[in-house]
Structure formats: structure tokens, C-alpha cells
Unconditional design. Structure first.
Length: 140
């Protein structure tokens, strides 16, 4: 969320420093429309994507709620998960975030996107899976 906020700040600064130099009314209106479209593309849409994804990690399963109202759900019981991995790009690495991939025994992996403190959470999930495997007597 840092990059969209910086983009919004730069968009507002652009408007503040350029608008007063325009002389015609139509120029003010056109420039305002351009600035609003830039704000929509670089701040509102990423913010909407960020706030519409929600994750639940319970003692029995991992659930991903996505969509504008959280209507799309994907869940995996911990018993189906065989491993955990993390992938991070440069911007995610700078923010301490990353995508956590829960590897399933059957089916597609469950991906938790843009998770803050992803490395720490990955270690905790690995410890949980290890304790769970020892308590059930299952080797993985």
C-alpha cells in the first residue's frame, strides 16, 4: 500500500503545481479529469484489490476470501497441505511482504497474495504443519 499512496501524493502534487498556471476554464476541467483518472488507476484500483482480499488461518483449514464482497472463497484443510513456500519481488521484499504458496497434496496450490511479514508467517505455518504431523503420526 506504500506505492499507491506515494502515487496519490505525486498525483496531488502535480495538480497543485500545474493547475494554477492554466488560464482557461476548460484547461482546468480537462486537467482535473486527467488527474482524477490517474488517481483512479494508480491509487483506487490497487487499494480496492488490497482491501478485498481476506485470509483466515484457523486450526483446521486455510481460507481465502476474494472478490469485491468476499463472495469467492477457496479453502484447504491443513491435512492436504504438504509444504509452504514464499515468493517475493523487489517491491514486496522492500515492504517485507510476499506471496505465500500452500502446496496441496491434490489440486491447485492455495496462494496468499501480498501478505505482510510473509517470511515470519511462512515459518510459523511450517512449525504448525510440523507439530500437526508429529501429533497425528504422519510423515511428510
Amino acid at each position: 500500500m506504500i506505492l499507491p499512496v506515494i502515487g496519490l501524493f505525486l498525483d496531488a502534487a502535480l495538480y497543485f503545481f500545474v493547475d494554477w498556471r492554466l488560464t482557461e476554464s476548460w484547461q482546468h476541467q480537462a486537467f482535473l479529469a486527467v488527474v482524477l483518472i490517474i488517481g483512479l488507476l494508480f491509487w483506487f484500483i490497487p487499494s480496492l484489490k488490497f482491501f478485498t482480499n481476506r485470509y483466515e488461518l484457523t486450526s483446521t483449514r486455510a481460507v481465502v476470501h476474494s472478490g469485491l464482497f468476499g463472495t469467492k472463497t477457496d479453502e484447504v484443510p491443513w491435512g492436504e497441505i504438504t509444504g509452504v513456500s514464499i515468493s517475493r519481488g523487489v517491491t514486496s521484499w522492500l515492504q517485507g511482504a510476499g506471496d505465500i504458496r500452500l502446496h496441496r497434496e491434490f489440486g491447485q496450490d492455495l496462494i496468499l497474495k501480498r501478505v505482510p511479514r510473509a517470511k515470519k508467517l511462512t515459518k510459523e505455518i511450517e512449525q504448525f504443519l510440523g507439530k500437526r504431523a508429529r501429533s497425528t503420526g504422519v510423515r511428510k
